[in-house]
Ligand binder design. Structure first.
Ligand code: SF4
Ligand code: ZN
Ligand code: ZN
Length: 345
């Protein structure tokens, strides 16, 4: 028996939609996929007409679909955005050099400007050189701190008002569980924010906050989008991998698990007034920082002096500590900033 789409009640169904478990045809799938992202953008007031928006583009499926859908919605709904692609070249041979080729193809397809900022130009180190120096233990800490700053610097260079990233619902649910499992109380409530860094250099938005990874893959595949699917050769990410498996298992018995996790985290109010560090300017590079010297310059100093491992040991981040209902600053070691790529890119 031919199964019919439960949305249009006309066409032959092509899949059970992962998010709703309803039968849907390909045309309706494209429409609901794009319209839900439009709804997320509008209901969260992510943009204002005339803004310059940098799309953080890695060449992977998420950022490729993001570039495609934002370009499409910008035209269809007349958002009035001035879009650009912004890529970071970490200097990872066989990974980022290849994925950047995909970004360059996307630039031609979507006819938007592309800016690439490289670790080599900004820090005089590539990730290949860093890994040679420090090994594969803390490489993602360096990479995450450098990428965060590189994106801000790139966005500043092109005069962007906002950066949008391809973080999807699965990424966010994983981050919620990771924070829960390691007892990172403060981040638990914050990691579901659709806009972050409002007090920083340039705000970052996640238009895919409620978009399932499986649907992004389906959309990219059937629209025949050009994306790069290889994992970073230096990726350890064991912790995130376990959490991802856990969520997949949960989904088997409760298909709404991803959305449930996100919605639960949205309800969390830590009820704590956290004393955020006062923003100042890094005395070395002039970038905004919570300390006299920014994290990137601290790590860089260790690298340049050949003492990178000591720099990592000293590297601290600010975390809320709750004591008698009141917040006091607490320094935690670098364990708390593992998996920065997903948390902050
Ligand atoms: Fe950088 Fe991500 Fe590779 Fe780690 S896994 S080295 S954060 S690109
Ligand atoms: Zn249909
Ligand atoms: Zn600095």
């Amino acid at each position: 028996m031919v199964k019919i789409c439960e949305t249009c009640n006309k066409n032959k169904a092509f899949i059970v939609r992962p998010k709703t478990r309803k039968l849907i045809c390909l045309d309706c799938f494209y429409t609901v996929f794009e319209e839900e992202i439009h709804y997320t953008i509008v209901s969260n007031k992510l943009f204002k007409a005339g803004e310059r928006v940098a799309i953080a583009a890695s060449g992977g499926k998420d950022s490729t679909v993001l570039a495609h859908v934002i370009t499409l919605l910008n035209k269809k709904y007349n958002y009035g955005l001035d879009l650009s692609l912004l890529s970071v070249d970490e200097g990872i041979t066989g990974y980022r050099d290849d994925s950047l080729e995909t970004v360059k193809k996307n630039q031609q397809t979507y006819e938007v400007p592309l800016k690439i900022v490289s670790y080599k130009d900004l820090y005089n180190w590539t990730m290949d050189e860093i890994v040679k120096e420090i090994g594969l233990t803390n490489n993602c800490t360096f990479c995450g701190v450098f990428r965060r700053q590189a994106l801000d610097r790139g966005a500043t260079l092109i005069g962007a008002d906002k950066i949008i990233t391809g973080h999807n619902a699965d990424d966010i649910a994983e981050t919620v569980l990771m924070n829960l499992l390691r007892g990172d109380f403060f981040r638990l409530g914050k990691c579901v924010d659709i806009v972050t860094g409002k007090d920083g250099v340039i705000p970052r938005c996640k238009p895919f906050k409620y978009t399932y990874e499986k649907e992004i893959v389906l959309y990219a595949y059937h629209k025949k989008l050009d994306y790069f699917s290889t994992e970073c050769i230096y990726s350890p990410n064991a912790y995130r991998g376990h959490v991802r498996e856990l969520i997949k298992d949960l989904e088997q018995i409760r298909p709404s698990a991803i959305m449930d996790i996100i919605h639960s985290a949205e309800q969390i109010d830590v009820g704590v007034k956290v004393k955020l560090p006062v923003k100042q300017t890094c005395t070395v590079c002039g970038y905004m920082s919570s300390n006299k010297v920014c994290k990137a310059c601290g790590l860089l100093d260790g690298l340049n002096k050949g003492k990178a491992k000591i720099a990592i040991g000293k590297e601290k981040i600010h975390k809320a500590k709750v004591k008698d209902g009141e917040s006091i600053g607490k320094e935690v070691n670098q364990e708390g900033v593992k998996n920065l790529e997903k948390l902050e890119f």
